[in-house]
Write a new protein. Structure first.
Length: 311
């Protein structure tokens, strides 16, 4: 029999006025794993996280963290849950090292502060006031504060936002280490490569509901489908190309504009359909400068599920 979820959400509802931000959401976070919660801006991710943290009261449904209620059992949960908020919630006038040292003293067996500070590069700005830190530096400090107490569950809201590539890699390595040590992690991110690289399980939500869930491989593996990446010398008509492919080989074809003169074609790609793309381009006077075959990425899936229009 599988162990109970480390985080269990059932029928969660949160409204602001007439707007329903979280709409009867069900979500399980498996113990000892990394779960990535994805969604476009306004999907309800942060509100869901805040309800889990006890920062907001749900208007309906229930949340259980490690079997406990995040509001009623807050005192018991506090030493067992580490939280990293988007805005950090850190005191602006305090020095970075002093903040981390103070937080560590709230726990019975904290991680080594000096080692954690060195690992996340906090020692390079240890004596700087929080208000004077860059966005990426504040993120690293907030992450250190979230994990210094060796929590059973770590909730990370956009953990690598504003970080340079070196800092991001250090964060990813720490997340992997926490999972290897048995911690459960729930993270939100807009970085699809971050979710694909770190997550054991991915949940996509939009308009306050879960619209897809599975492992990264399950979400990106559609039997028989591949992605052709095309770059042209000039613009092309996706509708015309899709119609041409559909006439040649009826099926679920999709042609999307990526940026500039780059496009993707998704469907049951085979040698004949690849040749058809070249034939269509020749017939329509479109010069293809590159064409390559690959698999669907998590970003492809995300855009297919949530759309490509700006929110």
């Amino acid at each position: 029999m599988p162990p109970p979820p480390a985080l269990e959400i059932r029928g969660l509802v949160k409204t602001y006025g007439e707007a329903t931000v979280v709409d009867h959401l069900d979500l399980d976070v498996a113990p000892g794993a990394v779960t990535a919660l994805l969604g476009p801006n306004g999907a309800g991710k942060t509100t869901t996280i805040e309800c889990c943290e006890g920062l907001r009261s749900p208007d309906g449904g229930s949340v259980r963290i490690l079997g406990l209620d995040p509001v009623r059992d807050a005192r018991e949960l506090r030493p067992r849950v580490g939280v990293m908020l988007q805005d950090g919630g850190l005191p602006g006038s305090a020095r970075a090292h002093d903040v981390l040292a103070h937080v560590s003293k709230m726990y019975a067996r904290p991680r080594d502060v000096a080692g954690l500070a060195e690992r996340l590069g906090i020692d390079t700005f240890a004596r700087t006031q929080v208000r004077r830190l860059s966005g990426g530096q504040r993120q690293r400090l907030a992450l250190a504060c979230a994990v210094v107490g060796r929590p059973d569950l770590v909730i990370l809201d956009e953990p690598s936002a504003g970080m340079d590539p070196q800092s991001r890699r250090a964060v990813w390595d720490l997340v992997r280490e926490l999972r290897a040590d048995g911690a459960t992690l729930l993270l939100t991110t807009h970085l699809m490569d971050e979710a694909a690289d770190l997550a054991d399980h991915v949940v996509v939500m939009d308009h306050g509901k879960v619209i897809a869930a599975g492992t990264p491989d399950e979400l990106t593996s559609v039997e028989g489908d591949s992605v052709v990446s095309i770059e042209a010398r000039g613009p092309l008509d996706p509708t015309s190309l899709r119609g041409y492919l559909h006439r040649l080989a009826p099926g679920d074809w999709a042609v999307h504009h990526v940026e500039g003169h780059r496009y993707t074609v998704t469907g049951a790609v085979n040698p004949r359909s690849l040749a058809a793309i070249g034939t269509w381009a020749a017939e329509h006077g479109v010069l293809l400068t590159s064409i390559s075959l690959g698999r669907r990425t998590l970003e492809d899936v995300f855009l297919d599920l949530t759309g490509r229009s700006l929110r």
